[in-house]
Design a protein around this ligand. Structure first.
Ligand code: BG6
Length: 510
């Protein structure tokens, strides 16, 4: 196990929901599994007035997100964890003199022995990133002469290519790129990382991983929830910005990328950037029209309960055309992927929560056994990111008896079968990586910008062109009725269920 150096985590926006819901539970798991260094403290910094004791109560002792975990634990053990939490009221505005904050950090650093190693976690709106970075720098808190200084920022990284560049430039005025950690929680998911391992530590997939053998690639990201309490944010964002530009293009980059020369953060990220830069940017109206589709959920009844349509959600404009469903078809302009379509969709209020990648292989070059149902006999590799994480290969087997009837069978692997292994939650893994200075699973500035460069023209087309339709789909369905139109041939979207294997696969029960 790699040793984590002594350090302090300073969370800006600590009174917000993310700290209690994700960050502290992740830290607690790390503490429980002995990944937290000997000398470690958390300093929450926000605009609310709170004492250390009140902060400890809020994020540990009385936190609903920790209750189940700490309920049966030894009281001393929990107290030790809770005592690591501290709080500093920043005043009315984040744009202020941080001398008082710096004094508190210095005191804590000396008392706790955190060796001047500080990680600043910005759980605030992105509009504050540069301001906070500037004030940290002015207070002498970014200097790496003694101890390391890192800054973690949450998505969204900008609203467009231009704003992302501004955000990056703003942060880079005060922190070097190697000090900046842009969190994309999908990269913290075990199964997303496993995409790299599946491809590059097996010799059976990579030889087929190209235009000669792959027919098309399909990625589905579906959520059952609507926009919940985030209507205000979401209505200005939409599915393309919220999910596609970040999480889904990260997954795409791992599928598309070439083998890196080694597993270092820089080499992996170099290849991911190259992959993102090779996505063919859609420029003309006709291409954009034919290859993109947006939709919005409308009210329906799910399990006998009436659910709101998007326009009825709190914080959403009653005439909103913001997409809660986005489906994009695109091509990758490089040697490996020429002419192979990628289909990626993401949506809220779908029948089930699922994220999966389906690699559809081409039919055998010469068909010996005639079988008309290509969809059901072609090989597919399904990589299930969530839930029921695992990998499934669909392949043809002979139906016993006369003739050569072909049926498909499943070859599968489930993460849940690895009973002795603790699979870390995404935030847990990412926080630990940042604490150890490993940026492999964080997005680099040029990656983020390359993703925006691809998404920008689609956003602009959707926003400005009057001929773009926003298709309504009843909440709880697989999107607009015409959503299969995006996929040519007889292929439609694979509409997956809760379980990796929805159907039984081929078997003979005697
Ligand atoms: C977030 C989006 O980044 O990811 C949310 O802002 C979305 O809208 C969430 O619900 C999905 O994450 P997960 O891990 O539940 O798939």
């Amino acid at each position: 196990m790699e040793k984590t150096i002594n350090q302090m985590l300073i969370i800006f926006g600590a009174s917000g929901d993310l700290t209690a819901r994700k960050l502290i539970p992740a830290l607690y798991n790390l503490y429980k599994n002995k990944h937290i260094p000997e000398n470690f403290v958390v300093l929450g910094a926000s605009r609310s007035a709170m004492t250390d004791a009140a902060f400890r109560k809020k994020v540990v002792q009385e936190s609903k997100y920790l209750q189940e975990k700490i309920g049966k634990e030894d009281k001393d053990f929990i107290k030790k964890f809770s005592d690591k939490m501290h709080y500093e009221d920043i005043g009315d505005d984040y744009d202020t003199d941080y001398t008082k904050l710096a004094k508190r950090i210095k005191e804590l650093n000396e008392n706790a022995g955190t060796d001047d190693n500080f990680i600043f976690y910005l759980s605030t709106p992105p509009s504050l990133y540069e301001t906070i970075a500037k004030n940290l720098s002015n207070a002498g808190l970014t200097d790496e002469k003694k101890g390391c200084k890192r800054i973690i920022v949450e998505k969204p990284f900008g609203y467009s290519l231009k704003t992302a560049e501004e955000l990056n430039n703003g942060l880079q005025k005060y922190f070097g790129e190697s000090q900046i950690y842009r969190i994309d929680h999908y990269l913290g998911k075990e199964t997303v990382q496993n995409l790299l391992v599946t491809r590059f530590s097996n010799s059976i997939f990579e030889p087929l991983w190209n235009r000669n053998y792959i027919h098309h690639v399909e990625i589905t990201n579906a959520e059952t929830v609507g926009v919940e309490k985030r209507g205000g944010y979401y209505d200005k964002s939409g599915a393309l910005r919220d999910m596609f530009q970040s999480h889904l293009l990260q997954i795409v980059s791992l599928i598309v990328m070439e083998p890196p020369i080694n597993s270092s953060a820089e080499e992996i990220r170099n290849e991911k950037v190259k992959a993102l830069k090779s996505l063919r940017i859609m420029k003309d109206k006709e291409t954009l029209f034919n290859n993109t589709m947006k939709g919005q959920y409308v009210s329906s009844t799910i399990d006998g309960k009436k659910v709101n349509g998007y326009r009825q959600e709190e914080g959403v404009d009653t005439k909103s055309k913001t997409e809660t469903y986005a489906a994009i078809k695109f091509f990758v302009d490089n040697w490996r992927w020429k002419d192979i379509p990628f289909y990626v969709r993401t949506a809220k209020r779908m029948p089930t929560k699922v994220t999966e990648v389906v690699i559809h292989f081409k039919s055998p070059h010469h068909a010996i056994f005639t079988n008309e149902d290509r969809y059901n006999t072609d090989n597919k590799l399904i990589i299930r990111i969530q839930p029921d994480e695992g990998i499934l290969i669909k392949f043809g087997v002979k139906v016993p008896g006369q003739g050569f009837d072909v049926e498909r069978a499943n070859l599968d692997f489930y993460y849940s079968e690895l009973v002795d292994t603790v699979v870390m939650d995404a935030y847990e893994r990412l926080l630990l990586d940042a604490m150890q200075g490993d940026a492999t699973l964080y997005a680099r500035a040029d990656e983020v910008e390359a993703a925006w460069a691809f998404v920008d023209p689609i956003l602009e087309y959707w926003a400005k062109d009057k001929s773009v339709n926003t298709y309504g789909y009843p909440a709880g369905t697989w999107g607009p009725k015409n959503s299969d139109d995006l996929i040519e041939d007889s292929f439609g979207w694979r509409n997956p269920g809760q379980h990796l294997t929805d159907e039984s696969g081929f078997s003979i029960i005697k």
